[in-house]
Write a protein that binds this ligand. Structure first.
Ligand SMILES: [Ca+2]
Ligand SMILES: [Ca+2]
Length: 205
């Protein structure tokens, strides 16, 4: 390999090392668009979540959030467990949401294996009927995916959620690997050698 092709190879390695890291994807859902728009978004498409009034229905007396329920469950005053689809659950590293409870309930966020990441009694703000509503924010991070979240007690039809945010596991760093540093140093050395050689024989376009 001559100097010039070596420099091209080193430069190509450098470009690849900086192009590879991708920004984490942030998924948000604020339920502001007219229902049932959210059902075709990431939350509706990647979980068993459903409007307690049923699929394809309007938002009822909840102008800012969603009366959380699951497919076919309805507003049945029963516990709610929202599960993310397996591949999506495995990709997630954090999840947070706003909750406005109307009846006592415990929120639990769990990893892809069902292990608890976060659990708390929901503060009952009763703030689901205004826009903006009065909500309290909860969340969790995980190295083992986010499997979903649940509400105990009579949550279905009595617990509103809003402002969901989930992030996937893509790295945000741009630090080159040690092998790349070695290629960079060799590449810079190669440029210096070529410049010195050109000085010796006169400029060649
Ligand atoms: Ca709003
Ligand atoms: Ca909202």
């Amino acid at each position: 390999m001559n100097i010039r092709s070596f420099i091209y190879a080193a430069t190509a390695a450098l470009v690849v090392s900086y192009a590879a890291p991708a920004a984490a994807t942030v998924y948000t859902e604020d339920f502001e668009a007219g229902f049932p728009a959210w059902e075709s978004g990431w939350f509706g498409a990647n979980s068993n979540a459903e409007n307690c009034y049923g699929a394809g229905q309007g938002r009822g007396n909840n102008p800012d959030g969603l009366w959380i329920s699951t497919v076919g469950q309805g507003c049945s005053s029963s516990p709610v467990t929202v599960l993310f689809d397996n591949a999506f659950a495995a990709s997630l590293t954090s999840f947070s949401l706003d909750v406005a409870g109307a009846t006592p309930t415990v929120l639990t966020i769990f990893d892809k294996n069902g292990a608890t990441l976060f659990s708390t009694n929901v503060t009952l703000t009763g703030g689901y009927s205004t826009d903006p509503g009065a909500y309290v924010r909860y969340g969790a991070t995980s190295n083992n995916g986010i499997g979903g979240f649940s509400f105990t007690g009579n949550a279905a039809g009595n617990t509103s959620i809003d402002n969901l945010e989930a992030r996937d596991g893509a790295t945000t760093g741009g630090v080159p690997e040690p092998a790349t540093w070695a290629m960079m140093i060799l590449g810079f050395g190669g440029v210096g050698a070529m410049v010195r050689r050109r000085r010796g024989v006169g400029a060649i376009a």
